[in-house]
Design a protein around this ligand. Structure first.
Ligand SMILES: Nc1ncnc2c1ncn2[C@@H]1O[C@H](COP(=O)(O)OP(=O)(O)OP(=O)(O)O)[C@@H](O)[C@H]1O
Ligand SMILES: [Mg+2]
Length: 236
């Protein structure tokens, strides 16, 4: 359980803005264990999305390293990094990012097709995943015909269908009301247990934090605290 999945070693991310460099992440070091259920919290602009993007191989640090099960992402070519994302990571975004012309079924099928699988071989798995997130009766609808909470369920099914080691969720409840947020968090908690995928959220949402086992707070691109919950105990 405590085997390390992600290691960040002194990660810095600088963005060039005009003539100036802007430091979005400053010397961030962190380890995330297999099966984690944790979040990055902190004010707007503190670096949460930047950090998720580096872990997910969507972007590279300016200095420092990101390791996935001991493999350094900086040594991967663009193609290897793309394969790393496809094979190991499920992404969930604030705005769902579903493909609007595809049905619920097709949106969840899509990552498996990208991984080179045939529809006939995975149809059952896709249907089961859609059922798992409570949308068995909405299988043929398009995203525009669904509520926000239902869209986020499709995004969760799409992220989990390829059985990833890690789910990265950038403010997954930001566009949802309290009841939908609660349901989405409970669903993710259940799927974290059942599928053993580690989940890292970013969130501003106080309602989210009671569900998570570890909370890492960022301020101005640095970690200001790292708390673990053991039942109701909080260890700093
Ligand atoms: N492409 C970019 N070019 C320049 N600066 C950027 C770029 N992307 C992000 N930043 C800056 O880096 C900092 C961190 O941004 P980031 O998106 O990671 O914050 P965040 O914690 O996710 O904020 P929010 O809670 O609003 O989503 C911000 O000050 C932002 O303006
Ligand atoms: Mg963000």
């Amino acid at each position: 359980m405590s085997e390390t999945l992600i290691t960040l070693e002194r990660v810095c991310k600088l963005y060039q803005v005009g003539e100036e460099n802007f430091t979005a992440l400053n010397d961030v070091s962190l380890e995330v264990g297999n099966g984690a259920f944790m979040s990055f919290v902190g004010p707007s602009g503190s670096g949460k999305t930047t950090l998720l993007n580096l872990i997910g191989g969507l972007d590279r640090p300016t200095t420092g390293s990101v390791l996935f099960k001991g493999r350094r992402l900086e040594n991967m070519s663009r193609e290897e990094l793309a394969a790393y994302r496809r094979e190991n990571i499920g992404f969930i975004f604030q705005t769902y990012n579903l493909l609007p012309v595809y049905s619920v079924y097709e949106n969840v099928l899509f990552p498996l097709i990208l991984n080179g699988q045939k529809e006939s071989q995975v149809r059952k798995r896709v249907e089961e995943m859609v059922a798992k997130v409570g949308l068995a009766d909405q299988m043929n609808k398009k995203p525009a015909q669904l509520s926000g909470g239902q869209c986020q369920r499709v995004a969760i099914a799409r992220a989990l269908v390829k059985d990833p080691m890690l789910i990265l969720a950038d403010e997954p409840t930001a566009n949802l009301d309290s009841e939908n947020s609660r349901q989405i968090l409970e669903l993710m908690q259940e799927l974290n247990h059942e599928y053993k995928a580690a989940v890292i959220f970013s969130t501003h949402d106080e309602r989210v934090t009671r569900y998570i086992r570890r909370e890492v707070r960022l301020e101005d691109g640095s970690i200001s605290w790292d708390k673990r919950r053991n039942g109701t105990e909080i260890e700093t």
